[in-house]
Design a protein around this ligand. Structure first.
Ligand code: AMP
Length: 474
């Protein structure tokens, strides 16, 4: 972006939005914002190709807030949202809601987030009040629709965020059911990182004469990320990873595994080797996921091990290090994964541990990105003689039974019962971190001027708006 690019004022956004943008520290709109904001303000349908990390959330949230605030309705019946934003995962829904909260903090609009995996009752209570914007995952939204706790007949604007991932996750039937509940006349915005035939079919059925905007084609999005590959046997990977974490003193690394079981195993292994780590995936309770993510964001937890779906949409600013413990089967997922680092212009690093049997996957990724990824050598690393046997023994152990609702899921202490080394390195910063996890109000009503929520007292840029806007009774 150069100095001649438009600024937010020239996009015609209302003063309360400009104030919130300035407070968020944004100086210029990103390319997707420059293209999408005028289209959304003009009221037409939109088909947008943009990945997480491009500023896509603000690209639809800002103009929607502008339109809703500029056209208030009186009286506004409770539980009848005017804008519905559908997101594939709980994490993304929570993150989008946080953006709505941040950008809408000076506007008299009420927003709410709803997702499954948490009690439905606080959400039902929240729906008894006014809701202007609703951010929801499809399944939980349908639960509400079935029990009549939500009225979707007032939806003026529909957003499908990360539509490709929604289809990947099998939400197409749910989306169709939701569409059938919406008024025919409405504005539709579809955001997707990739454009498969299924997405095109969905877009054709949903959008009327849409404007099309596109930024950073998927194979160039991650150009700012320094990437390299270590070719290493599958059974030696975990030793190498632990060695790299110690050796390079990584303090915030997001590690991708292909399976939930693999994520658990790896987190356990790292914890046993004095590296504080937690796994997040779909089998973890929502509170455990939220807590691990908050600790990771705060810097209290140096390693987060995640599956693709759980990590989708995680917005962690300037995450320095991404690790592919296994390569994904779908090449595009590699680009999504490394898009977690080097965001908003910051430099990032992504390393991949590639077993010989994964070299085919690596070749496919390199074809997609039209570039060869540098091969690296771990000089000074020698796999221990017992690595393979220990790996096999570990693998043979059954996965631990799922605990229904752990009272407190967090990082395991090291074998001696003391805090792991990484936590000790973090010193007092990690003290009481269990209490610093953001606890989303399941009802999620996020009106302005409400009682401050002290749950998330960390000094991140967005902590203040969240605290000011969450009115949650827990
Ligand atoms: P998203 O693509 O919506 O996930 O946004 C990625 C990150 O970019 C988020 O952390 C946003 O807070 C940040 N962001 C969005 N718009 C801007 C902007 N105009 N200037 C700087 N950062 C931005």
């Amino acid at each position: 972006m150069n100095d001649n690019s438009p600024d937010f004022t020239s996009l015609g956004l209302a003063a309360p939005l400009l104030a919130a943008i300035a407070e968020a520290g944004y100086t210029r709109p990103t390319p997707i914002q420059i293209q999408a904001i005028p289209e959304v303000l003009a009221g037409g349908d939109l088909l947008a190709a943009a990945q997480t990390g491009t500023g896509k959330t603000a690209a639809f949230t800002l103009p929607i807030l502008h339109v809703l605030a500029g056209n208030p309705i009186h009286p506004h019946p409770p539980g009848r949202p005017r804008c519905l934003i559908l997101a594939p995962t709980r994490e993304l829904a929570a993150q989008v809601a946080e953006s709505v909260r941040t950008y809408g903090q000076h506007l008299p609009l009420a927003a709410m987030v709803m997702f499954g995996g948490v009690s439905i009752n606080p959400q039902i209570t929240a729906l008894k009040k006014r809701v202007d914007l609703l951010v929801a995952t499809p399944g939980r939204l349908l639960d509400h629709a079935r029990q009549g706790s939500i009225d979707l007949s007032g939806v003026e604007i529909l957003v499908l965020d990360e539509a490709d991932r929604m289809l990947d996750m099998g939400f197409i039937q749910d989306i169709r059911k939701i569409l059938a509940l919406l008024p025919k006349k409405r504005q539709n915005l579809l955001f997707s990182a990739t454009f498969s035939d299924e997405i095109r079919t969905l877009a054709n059925g949903l959008l009327v004469d849409p404007a099309r905007v596109e930024v950073a084609p998927r194979n160039t999005a991650a150009e700012k990320v320094e990437q390299c590959v270590y070719v290493v046997g599958q059974k030696q990977k975990r030793e190498l990873l632990a060695w790299l974490i110690h050796e390079r003193q990584w303090f915030q690394a997001l590690v991708f595994t292909r399976t939930k079981h693999g994520a658990n195993k790896l987190a356990e292994y790292l914890c046993r080797h004095d590296i504080e780590a937690a796994a997040i995936h779909g089998n973890k309770s929502q509170s455990a996921r939220t807590r691990a993510l908050a600790q990771f964001k705060d810097g209290a937890l140096p390693v987060l091990v995640a599956t693709d779906i759980a990590a989708r949409g995680l917005d962690i600013e300037q995450l320095p290090q991404v690790v592919n413990f296994e390569l994904p089967n779908v090449s595009e997922d590699y680009v999504h994964r490394i898009g977690r680092t080097g965001r908003a212009g910051a430099a990032g690093h992504a390393i991949s541990l590639v077993a010989p049997e994964e070299l085919k996957l690596l070749a496919a990724i390199e074809r997609l990105m039209r570039r060869k990824i540098a091969r690296a050598e771990a000089e000074g690393f020698t796999p221990s003689a017992s690595a393979e046997t220990a790996y096999d023994n570990d693998l043979r152990r059954e996965p631990p039974p799922r605990r229904p609702r752990p009272a407190r899921q967090s990082v395991a202490p090291s074998r001696d019962g003391h805090a792991p080394a990484a936590a000790r390195r973090a010193g007092t910063r990690s003290a009481n971190r269990h209490d610093s996890a953001p606890r989303h109000d399941n009802g999620g009503n996020i009106r302005g001027n409400t009682r401050a929520n002290t749950a998330d007292a960390t000094n991140t840029r967005r902590a203040a708006p969240r605290a000011a806007l969450f009115s949650g009774k827990r």
